[in-house]
Write a protein that binds this ligand. Structure first.
Ligand code: B12
Length: 258
């Protein structure tokens, strides 16, 4: 029997409170994560809802208020996708939501690019791909979109790309950098094969790798590998190479995580 005189009633109430928090609806949980700025929030909310038309409408409102179209990618579109990833990781929303949101975000990135006044001269070519055997291309699409937004020409080889195709594209395009994405522990070893064949052909091109399956230790186990956690880092790597040259050791020091 509870003796209400002895028990601290506040702790009992806190417990109920926790139960209530867990019972948040997905919309309520998203509401807590949106950017504070009302204009950016509208973009993020439209991404969460997977509504492409609303993303464009919200972006238009941002542009009308004088926001820079390319900065909007970092300020509104990626934070919107981060809300979706966060809720997915917590098991609050499900895969179809993630995919609809990713499409809406990519549409938004394309739209922002059409709104820049200056058409920048290409800074250089980057070859992007998803590892052989792996169909997970959402992350790669974000990487490619952000590289394009930053002024690079992207040769997007797609997903489940045979090792030899990556090497052939590298030989043909002589890119500033190659990117690889792998989300499965069974497919990430294709990166080592790509690396070894590139080295064999004397193509010492930085090979930026990311995706849920890989980590820094794995990527740095092959000579050209530079690990990236977030899609936005790909453009930082490429800009670094343009400025400082393709020194893999220096890049690993500059972009170290732990
Ligand atoms: C979406 C999804 C699918 C979709 C893919 C749709 C698509 N077009 O991509 C579908 C339904 C098709 C699918 C299929 C399968 N899937 Co799946 N899938 C996922 C899921 C839920 C989300 C992946 C995702 O898109 N994440 C969001 C993106 C944005 O993340 P990302 O790619 O990692 O990219 C981010 C960073 O890593 C970084 N990044 C990525 N690349 C690069 C590159 C560079 C250079 C840099 C700097 C950064 C960078 O940028 C992004 C963010 O900023 C994951 C679970 C999870 N939690 O990851 C499982 C998951 C990846 N799938 C899994 C599996 C097993 C499968 C299937 C084999 C299932 C089956 N039995 O059929 C098949 C695979 C078939 C195949 N041969 O590939 C497993 C893999 C397990 C493992 N460790 O090997 C996972 C982890 C689920 C699980 N927990 O078991 N899947």
């Amino acid at each position: 029997m509870l003796d209400f005189k002895k028990e601290d009633i506040a702790t009992i109430l806190v417990r109920y409170n926790v139960a209530m928090e867990k019972a948040l609806t997905p919309d309520e949980a998203a509401e807590q994560l949106y950017p504070k700025d009302a204009l950016f929030k509208a973009v993020a909310k439209a991404i969460y809802e997977g509504e492409e038309d609303d993303v464009i409408e919200a972006l238009d409102a941002c542009l009308k208020s004088g926001k820079d179209p390319i900065k909007l990618i970092d300020e509104a579109l990626l934070p919107g996708m981060a809300v979706v990833s966060n809720l997915y990781d917590q098991g609050i929303i499900f895969l179809p939501n993630v995919m609809m949101s990713a499409d809406a975000m990519l549409e938004g990135i394309d739209y922002c690019k059409t709104k820049t006044k200056e058409v920048p001269k290409s800074k250089g070519t980057i070859v992007c791909h998803v590892a052989e055997g792996d169909v997970h291309d959402i992350g790669k699409n974000i990487v490619a979109a952000l590289l394009r937004a930053d002024g690079f020409s992207v040769v997007d080889l797609g997903r489940d790309v045979p090792v030899d195709e990556v090497v052939a594209a590298a030989a043909k395009e002589k890119p500033v950098m190659i990117t690889g994405t792998a989300l499965m522990t069974t497919t990430m070893y294709a990166f080592k094969e790509v690396n070894d064949k590139l080295v064999e052909k004397g193509l010492k091109i930085p090979f930026a790798c990311g995706g849920g399956a890989v980590n820094q230790e794995f990527v740095e186990s092959y000579s050209l590998g530079v690990y990236g956690e977030e899609a936005s880092e790909a453009a930082k790597f490429a800009n670094y190479i343009l400025k400082n040259g393709a020194d893999i050791g220096k890049m690993r020091n500059e972009f170290h995580y732990h």
